[in-house]
Design a protein around this ligand. Structure first.
Ligand SMILES: Nc1ncnc2c1ncn2[C@@H]1O[C@H](COP(=O)(O)OP(=O)(O)OP(=O)(O)O)[C@@H](O)[C@H]1O
Ligand SMILES: [Mg+2]
Length: 324
């Protein structure tokens, strides 16, 4: 056996990439350390969870940090934002232990970003898991084998505090909370923080608040300015300095199956999420946790077709994508 290609991990399922292309069995090099897992959560609907999960994950990955985005919402908006619709294997199969997380992992147009998509089946999971063993820990258990191969795992949560969100909170190291600056936003936030406290006392004593992200900010609105000021006054440096403006490119990008930085890199939305990623990463370094594990070398047949790449095996401590 080639010593440069240890068979740490293989899977033999074909056809798991977004376009339905074949993905060869993967071989992964030795894990370095575990990804930081972040649940993007807010029980309020339409506050920018998915937009943040998709574009922050893409921007972190653009900084060459191997990143996994897990779509944990039956609405599957994060999946369609990457052009993935009703995939054969998805997060549901992994939660129900019908496949390993790796088998449901898809390549994306960004070489350092992988996606575990969702679909309608996930609606049933909340009910099917009710009587299951370790029902709140299914996601944590499923993520365990892939965690060492990423720097960050971002989980896009549904707008509820049901069993799916509980799974995200049990699996996460920290929560990222998008907050839309509107009436009642702070009341909703207080409720969410009480839930985080309760989770700390039960399912996950280590759970932290990574930060609060002000989304869809329109500084011409008095109310938005007032809510932003109150959030900063109460939560101080837990609120990210970077704010996300309302930007039409951010709302258009998903219908093109792309994160905003691939749809319109020059837009204000793309710039804001790149700044947010930089601030997020600088906070990680401040916390003394810079990471560079080997990239999980999932083959992306679309890239190979587009750029005429030859498929190549992963080198120890690196990968084909890193060498490009
Ligand atoms: N900064 C922004 N500027 C303009 N539109 C935005 C912005 N952020 C989000 N949107 C749009 O607002 C809507 C809700 O955003 P998003 O889907 O990210 O929220 P969500 O919290 O994930 O919603 P849900 O609770 O339904 O999952 C979407 O149509 C999205 O395109
Ligand atoms: Mg969403």
């Amino acid at each position: 056996m080639d010593p440069g290609e240890p068979p740490w991990y293989t899977f033999d399922r074909e056809d798991v990439s977004p376009g339905g292309e074949q993905i060869d069995p993967v071989k992964m090099s030795e894990p370095a350390r575990s990804a930081r897992v972040l649940a993007v959560v807010n029980q309020k609907g339409g506050v920018g969870k998915t937009t943040t999960a998709v574009n922050l994950a893409a921007s972190i990955a653009a900084s060459e940090h191997p990143t996994l985005l897990v779509d944990l919402d039956p609405q599957a908006n994060a999946s369609s934002a990457f052009g993935v619709h009703e995939p054969e294997l998805q997060i549901y199969d992994s939660l129900l232990e019908e496949c390993a997380m790796l088998e449901a992992t898809h390549a994306t147009d960004l070489s350092h970003l992988h996606l575990v998509p969702s679909g309608e089946d996930l609606v049933g999971a909340e009910i099917e898991l009710v009587t299951a063993e370790r029902r709140e820990h299914r996601l944590r258990d499923a993520l365990a084998p892939v965690r060492p191969h990423y720097d960050f795992v971002l989980i896009d949560c549904p707008p509820s505090l049901g069993l799916l969100t509980l799974n995200a909170l049990a699996a996460a190291d920290a929560v990222l909370i998008p907050l839309q600056c509107e009436y009642y936003a702070l009341e909703g936030l207080a409720r969410l923080l009480r839930t985080v406290d309760r989770i700390r006392g039960s399912l996950n004593p280590q759970l932290e608040v990574e930060g609060i992200i002000l989304t869809m900010v329109d500084l011409r609105s008095n109310l938005a300015r007032q809510v932003a000021a109150e959030a900063r006054q109460h939560f101080e440096d837990q609120v990210f300095t970077t704010t996300i403006p309302r930007n039409v490119r951010l709302s258009e990008a998903p219908s093109h199956g792309k994160p905003v930085l691939l749809y319109d890199i020059h837009s204000k939305g793309a710039a804001a999420y790149m700044r947010l990623a930089a601030e997020f990463l600088s906070r990680q370094t401040e916390a003394g946790s810079p990471r560079k594990p080997p990239l999980l070398p999932i083959r992306d047949a679309r890239r190979e077709a587009a750029f005429g790449d030859e498929p190549a095996a992963a080198a120890p401590g690196g990968s084909r994508e890193e060498e490009e």
